[in-house]
Design a protein around this ligand. Sequence first.
Ligand SMILES: *Cc1c(COP(=O)(O)O)cnc(C)c1O
Length: 372
Amino acid sequence: MDRDKILLTPGPLTTTLRTKLAMLRDWGSWDAEFNEVTARLRRSLLAIIHGQETHVVVPLQGSGTFSVEAAVATLVPANGHVLVLDNGAYCKRAARLTTLMGRRCSVMGFDEAQPVSPTALDERLRADASITHVVLIHCETGAGVHNPLQPVAEVCAAHGRGLIVDAMSSFAALEIDARKTPFDALIAASGKCLEGVPGMGFVFIRKAILDACAGRSQSLAMDLHDQYTYMEKTGQWRFTPPTHVVVALAEAMAQFEAEGGQPARLARYVSNYQALTRGMAKLGFKPFLDPAVQAPIIVTFHAPADPCYDFKTFYAAARARGFILYPGKLTQVETFRVGCIGAIGPVEMEQAVHAVALALQDMGIASGAPAL
Ligand SMILES: *Cc1c(COP(=O)(O)O)cnc(C)c1O
């Protein structure tokens, strides 16, 4: 069969045929028509967070991590001090890239099954005046925890510290409103909840701090201030743009807007999440997180206790039925993950659950129940 498998992962995601078809044309990077696509896309991105008054948006070639790295390099001065609120794998990645770029970095660790604590952050900032920037991962895709953006932003603002938000897996699905949530930078990418294809990220930067960012990045290619200045002046990307990714994202954006924007996207993902967890519970599976702290983006399930279980076999059996699952990313317990995002609805989620049931049958496993 040449039909694409459904991707139940945190990206790349299943995209619509319309989005895929948008990539069948060639575009010149300096061409006025292509520049207009970029300009329109940037306006639409800003509108999603109601950031027209307060922020600019700077696109960057590469996967999402490239933009996180670029944001830290562009915002944090050489003598800055970054505090990463750590409750999972993507937080650890942010801390690592900060350290590798030579910025002083401290990590505040939290339980990976719980949101980070704004109260603990408040105490830490009170005690340490040297911290200039805080990094928060909005939805920690490692376990799937929804971290408290608004209270963390308020604490940072009260202490006059910069906030950098990795909203990669939440942007366009969870509500983010720049009119009421103060942040210096917020990062997302083409291939997540906007349902474009991977290949570019974008960073919202607060206008008030933009000028001070000039010359801070030690990297040429990752300098968002330079990218911004060039794009404002010429309407073009600095260096070769990912043209096909850009036009696919513009097409995905049109579908996002037609669907009803962020509230509608969230509603569909919540339906997906409910169909998934309801069906998996019937098979005996248990989610790792308390539903109260779970974002409807990606769900971590405990591995079944049955000795016949093995992720690779399970993965292959679900794959043979057309569904791509994702391995777990937790250090302590054996788990696997199922994404709820992408151009899919609750019907596909029910089919995915059915594929999981057949996979268990293949493996001779009577129940997905974990050893608890
Ligand atoms: C997907 C994701 C990223 C970026 O990952 P890439 O593989 O570089 O695209 C960063 N942070 C979070 C929270 C993510 O979910």
